[in-house]
Ligand binder design. Sequence first.
Ligand code: URA
Length: 212
Amino acid sequence: MRVHVADHPLITHKLTYLRDKRTDSPTFRRLAEELVTLLAYEATRDVRVEPYEIETPVAPTTGIKLSNPKPLIVPILRAGLGMLEGMVRLLPSAEVGFLGMQRNEETLEAITYANRLPDDLSGRQCYVLDPMLATGGTLAMSIQYLVERGADDITAVTLLAAPEGIKYVEDELAGLDIPVHLVTGAIDEKLNEKGYIVPGLGDAGDRLYGVV
Ligand code: URA
């Protein structure tokens, strides 16, 4: 997996306010959206494009446009929804699918509790949104799920990542022969015993949407 830490003062500045426990939900949502737009700029560096002929008022020229099939943005429920607007702002013509994944803690099997995706993802570039790459379990399962349906180029976008989670995803996906990238705002120190990223920002879903 190619890992890219989007190291930019504006990203670190916004992350600082997201991390601050005094930041309220409305501010957290706005900052998360702004941050994702900056991350999306990095994440779409390899988005597929094709030549596009146009005429300026002065002369014909060749530009580019997004290729078909259009990229698919897949927020992982629930916290990934808080990243959707920021991503769509930069890629308005992308399609959006939804994926809710949970691990059955007894059998450790992946359960897909929500799925609204095209059946056939052949030839699709997919952008998976999940704010916190913590243990890596959900992200690895989600990527495998998309690959089984034909996705052939996957970029995960996260606000924060833990080293343990990155290693877990890399180990789980070791046999895949398609490109998988991670673009993240920062790689933090570690996971604590409860699976929270340290220093992290707490529970991203709760901070976005409240404790429900
Ligand atoms: N999920 C979160 O929302 N926060 C963490 O720190 C870890 C997983």
